[in-house]
Design a protein around this ligand. Sequence first.
Ligand SMILES: Nc1ncnc2c1ncn2[C@@H]1O[C@H](COP(=O)(O)OP(=O)(O)OP(=O)(O)O)[C@@H](O)[C@H]1O
Ligand SMILES: [Mg+2]
Length: 334
Amino acid sequence: MVAALLYFILLIIAYPHLTELHELMAKALVVSIITAFAVVLFYLVIGLFGRTARLPFTHVLVACFTIVISISPFRIILEKIFSAIYPESKDVFTSLYALDAKLEKERALLLEEMAPVFAHEIRNPLGSIKGAAQYLRSETDAGENKKLLDVIIEEVDRLNSVVSQFLDYAKPHTINLKAQDINVIIERAVSIIKANNVSGNITLEMDLNPKIRNLVVDGEQIIQVILNIAFNAIDAMPEGGMLRIRTSKARIAGETTEGVGILIQDTGKGIKKEDMKNIFKPFFTTKERGVGLGLAVCQRIIKNHGGYIRVKSIPGRGTIFYIRVGSVQQVKQL
Ligand SMILES: Nc1ncnc2c1ncn2[C@@H]1O[C@H](COP(=O)(O)OP(=O)(O)OP(=O)(O)O)[C@@H](O)[C@H]1O
Ligand SMILES: [Mg+2]
């Protein structure tokens, strides 16, 4: 038992970038620890009553292990029975998260209201500045002035794109659902990535599992998620490297149907430990010309689809983004 525990811990330390193995090991580790704890508790209770257990140790161990691994399915079955008898009990199960969700919804609504006003106030003067700069550029003959005016026009375009990204983040996300093949969605995203890999110094590796089933998702939004993550990966490999995209079958906790796991891995510079907690926050960026909304948008889309995103990164070696998504049962709006 101790040797197995040690083996799990060493595997997790040695292969922190293998997301699925890591997750499996972590689950096995938790089960082992709880089983060990239950065995100790059993002997303590027996000891308290002043008896010596006649049961063989292996029987106690197997009994505890069986109880521990049945807790999770048992809880789900209980929840289902409860919800069938008392439909209101669903609220009790979800009430713990309700306050959090309410606060997030209020914040989103505020942003949603402010964003168009803010965008309008910025875009109008930007349009005038660009128009004036373009007019002056066509009127001037001096090369130096032309260059300066080009800088103004370029920067105005960049600001416009920042405002567009902000609007994208803030606007309500209605989901356009359709049953579709995630592999086809990824292939579409990859053709856009290929077209943008201008320097061509990044090798693209695709490993798409043909056995994954169709999911009910918003294809355009999933493409946006893959592109945002892949472009970050490309940014992290200025000297070139490998970008790998893999799909696999995956199960979402608490759901009976099978979902899909999408793994996007790069061999870039990685993410510093202290930045990890911030990367999904809106406007967090370490790039000179970044906006910091790419991952915030991804997070929002995947949450809206009832899935999640996990990240593993080793500075200097690379990063793995792992997205898990299932079919959207009903349209959710933030
Ligand atoms: N694959 C990666 N490798 C290294 N750092 C990453 C990677 N992906 C994300 N990051 C870090 O997370 C930060 C936030 O990413 P995010 O996509 O939200 O914003 P951004 O890329 O800086 O700007 P933009 O809004 O233009 O996408 C990045 O600035 C970068 O520091
Ligand atoms: Mg980005």
